[in-house]
Design a protein around this ligand. Structure first.
Ligand code: ZN
Length: 200
């Protein structure tokens, strides 16, 4: 038995040792408390790889296409960010690029470093617990969804002036945003911490 507080509503639960495939949910608010160790590693790593692939795809494929009076142009995600690299907008552009690209990719790197060896049945790498804590600490700063919302609003405003098309990178980025949002709900930090604790 382990005493666990629900991360959403703080209700305390006595959680028995779970068998493979079992999950424990909060009695009050239904949030998942623990999902078993292998499942939690499977899920976290699957999401990390999916996010990495989608963001890398979004970097190199067309993000937007704009057409006006027969002239067309396409741009990538980095091209969108680079368009604002002038004067006082440079720090803002750097912050936006970090929060939509660098921080999500850093979190993926941390998770894969800390958890992939465990998932393969090996020992935890050096400083695995610290690296996992970094990835948790970066979570609020990974703000890809804000960017998607902002782009959508901006594009609706210029839609009258030119024909705007979303490229494959835009949809890949949207998929990454959905996965990142989902990840917050189902990452089972309690199980991962208990694995890392045992490895010390
Ligand atoms: Zn709860």
């Amino acid at each position: 038995m382990t005493l666990l507080a629900c991360p959403s509503c703080d209700a305390l639960h006595d959680v028995p040792d779970l068998r493979v495939g079992q999950r424990a949910y909060c009695l009050r608010c239904d949030r998942m408390l623990v999902s078993g160790r292998q499942t939690s590693l499977d899920r976290t790593l699957a999401m990390a790889f999916a996010v990495a692939i989608l963001i890398l795809f979004a970097l190199f494929f067309p993000f937007l296409s704009i057409e006006e009076l027969g002239f067309g142009n396409t741009t990538t995600l980095l091209g969108v960010a680079a368009a604002f690299l002038t004067g006082w907008l440079i720090p803002l552009t750097a912050a936006v690029t970090a929060s939509i690209i660098a921080i999500p990719l850093m979190r993926v790197g941390f998770l894969v470093y800390a958890l992939f060896p465990l998932w393969r049945g090996g020992a935890a790498p050096r400083h695995a617990a610290r690296v996992f804590r970094w990835s948790e600490a970066l979570r609020p700063w990974s703000m890809a969804e804000i960017f998607v919302l902002g782009s959508a609003v901006a594009l609706v405003k210029v839609a009258d002036l030119a024909t705007i098309g979303f490229g494959p990178a835009f949809w890949a980025f949207c998929a990454a945003v959905v996965i990142i949002a989902f990840e917050r709900q189902i990452t089972d930090s309690a199980s991962i911490w208990s694995i890392l604790d045992d490895e010390k």
